[in-house]
Design a protein around this ligand. Structure first.
Ligand SMILES: Nc1ncnc2c1ncn2[C@@H]1O[C@H](COP(=O)(O)OP(=O)(O)OP(=O)(O)O)[C@@H](O)[C@H]1O
Length: 577
């Protein structure tokens, strides 16, 4: 089966898609873990040799060659470990990328209305952190299968080989330690949850005191608030002590329990050395056995970590699984060029309300930029959204003769690009926000929106994380980044709703020049309150009092006094700056 056909809503697909990398991990992982057993073997041999040297039965050179062999084996084992970890990391990165590509594809083609209601940026941020948790869980699982699973098997095999009775006896206490840990999870979780809750209450109380400090002072309620705050603080301290007591006191107990096996080895293993036990051992075997057991006991305590990581990944996967669907490629006909946009007798509004405007007629050709403006709340954004067909419109909007309302959502996605008021950035990097999982050079688009210099000056450049909704960026940076994203995903019809509102005039003019060049193959609908650039537009739509007037800038200045007045007012304002 080819990689493309693997169903993206199954975790196994992501493992199968990376079977090559997993094969390398398996080979290096097996060699590394089997090599690990060589350590205790060498330690046993060196202890034996030391005893013999002291008794005069061996020369020092034997010890030197053993030590050299030990160092060589450790170096080889660590080399294999490095290789295995490198490939596990690579595997996790590839899974992460693949999952994000599927996720972006699904979200970008989701119903815009739904997404807007939930806040598209927030949906993406949550889903992306779930993908990160899944990929991390898969990484830990893949690591621990070898580092814990295979290593435990190798150590256990070695113990059984040396003395199976003593091996079973000493290992019998390990499950007891896990069972106890499992049973004690409940009070640990309960006190931990209570502590977290108290921390939340205290945070809220702290915020309340800080934000409303002035109000409390003015109304003479400071002392009362202080007393309430002290109560929260005391409750927080008690909860913290309880939670810490449980979490700190139990692990040593588990360790003592699992190390009972070591005491048994000292006793029965000693008998083996003296020749009165179940089998006959040299000092080397005794030392190797003890070292293997200690390593096994330590390793096995990590098994819980593996289960936790897998459990967390499962929870995240459940949340994102419904989003992980294969998205059919946008039909080729939609992604191609469009020569003409024809709007006839267009009426827009919301169900139950009078139309915001009606009778809009316009024909625009590829490469043209059409401005839309008018007084506050005249319906500019509503006109922009009409091209997304979220609400039914009256009249007709045709792209090369194809009525938008009759197209499938995916065809529409291939034809219409949209940038709304809200930049809708998600908490990924600048690069991810521009490319949305596609390939290409984001710098071209960042240059076009005059953001390249600022990104280059950031310590992490394109890898800078922008925070949820782009909170780490200024308003102007967020707006330009969203515009770069729109330009990076060119469509034959581009709707830009007030894309320059947070920019200064010089930047706006420069970006506009780039827009002309980059969108030469599209029809651009540019909605704006600011009219500086309107003389350069191919046509202007003026919406007012339910009417839509269309003309060149000069025509509207001549026949629409309100448009002329708004343009003059802005020009005058600008000349005073
Ligand atoms: N989803 C909606 N349901 C009902 N009415 C809406 C909806 N969205 C907007 N409106 C109303 O439609 C009118 C026009 O809104 P719209 O956002 O299109 O105007 P605008 O010209 O873009 O405004 P602004 O100048 O503030 O950008 C407003 O009165 C608004 O309250």
């Amino acid at each position: 089966m080819s990689k493309r056909q693997l169903p993206p809503d199954r975790v196994s697909s992501y493992f199968r898609a990376e079977s090559g990398v997993l094969a390398v991990i398996t080979v290096t992982g097996l060699l590394y873990n089997i090599g690990l057993v060589a350590g205790p073997w060498f330690e046993g041999q060196m202890t034996e040799t030391l005893a013999r040297i002291l008794l005069g039965e061996n020369s020092f050179s034997v010890m030197v060659s053993l030590a050299a062999g030990y160092i060589a084996v450790i170096a080889a084992v660590q080399g294999l470990r490095f290789l295995k970890r490198f490939y596990v990391r690579r595997f996790a990165n590839k899974v992460n990328r693949r999952m994000k590509r599927v996720l972006y594809g699904a979200l970008v083609r989701s119903d815009r209305g739904d997404l807007e209601r939930q806040g598209a940026g927030t949906v993406l941020t949550k889903a992306i952190s779930d993908v990160d948790d899944c990929a991390e869980g898969m990484r830990k699982f893949t690591t621990e299968v070898f580092d814990t699973g295979v290593a435990l098997a190798a150590y256990a095999g070695m113990l059984l080989w040396y003395d199976w009775r003593l091996a079973l006896l000493s290992m019998a206490f390990l499950p007891g330690s896990y069972a106890l840990a499992e049973r004690m999870k409940r009070p640990v979780q309960r006190t931990g949850a209570a502590f977290k809750e108290q921390a939340g209450v205290l945070n809220a109380a702290t915020m309340d005191r800080a934000v409303n400090a002035l109000t409390y002072r003015v109304f003479g309620r400071e002392e009362e608030r202080r007393a309430a705050y002290e109560e929260h603080l005391t409750a927080y301290e008690h909860a913290a002590v309880k939670a810490n007591l449980w979490t700190a006191s139990l692990p040593p107990l588990y360790r003592v329990l699992s190390m009972i096996g070591a005491a048994l080895i000292l006793y029965f293993g000693g008998k083996n050395v003296l020749g009165t036990g179940w089998t006959v051992w040299s000092i080397a075997k005794f030392t190797t056995f003890l070292a293997c057991f200690t390593k096994l006991a330590t390793k096995s305590s990590k098994a819980a970590k593996l289960f936790n990581a897998v459990h967390k990944a499962q929870v995240s996967w459940k949340r994102i699984q419904p989003l992980m669907r294969e998205i059919p490629a946008v039909p080729a006909v939609s992604a191609g060029r469009v020569e003409r946009l024809e709007i006839r007798d267009l009426t827009c509004g919301y169900p139950g309300d009078a139309p915001l405007f009606s009778g809009l007629d316009l024909t625009a050709c590829r490469g043209q930029i059409i401005g839309v403006t008018g007084p506050v709340a005249c319906g500019k954004s509503t006109l922009g959204k009409a091209f997304l067909c979220e609400q039914p419109y009256g009249g007709s909007i045709r792209l090369d003769g194809r009525e938008l309302a009759e197209l499938s959502p995916w065809e529409l996605t291939g034809l219409v690009g949209y940038l709304g008021h809200d930049p809708e950035l998600f908490s990924g990097t600048i690069l991810e926000n521009v490319l949305l999982g596609d390939t290409g050079d984001p710098m071209d688009y960042l240059r076009a929106v005059c953001l390249d210099g600022e990104v280059a000056a950031m310590t992490e450049g394109l890898e800078t994380r922008v925070g949820t909704g782009g909170v780490r960026l200024s308003g102007g940076q967020a707006q330009r980044l969203a515009l770069a994203r729109t330009l990076a995903h060119q469509r034959p019809l581009l709707i830009l709703d007030d894309p320059f509102s947070a920019l200064d005039r010089a930047t706006e003019t420069e970006i506009f020049a780039h827009l002309r060049r980059l969108a030469a193959d599209s029809v651009v609908i540019l909605i704006s309150h600011r009219l500086y650039l309107f003389p350069e537009l191919d046509r202007v739509i003026w919406l007012e009092n339910g009417e839509a007037k269309v003309g060149t800038h000069e025509e509207l200045v001549g026949n629409t006094p309100d448009y002329a007045a708004q343009f003059d007012a802005q020009r005058e304002e600008n000349s005073h700056e």
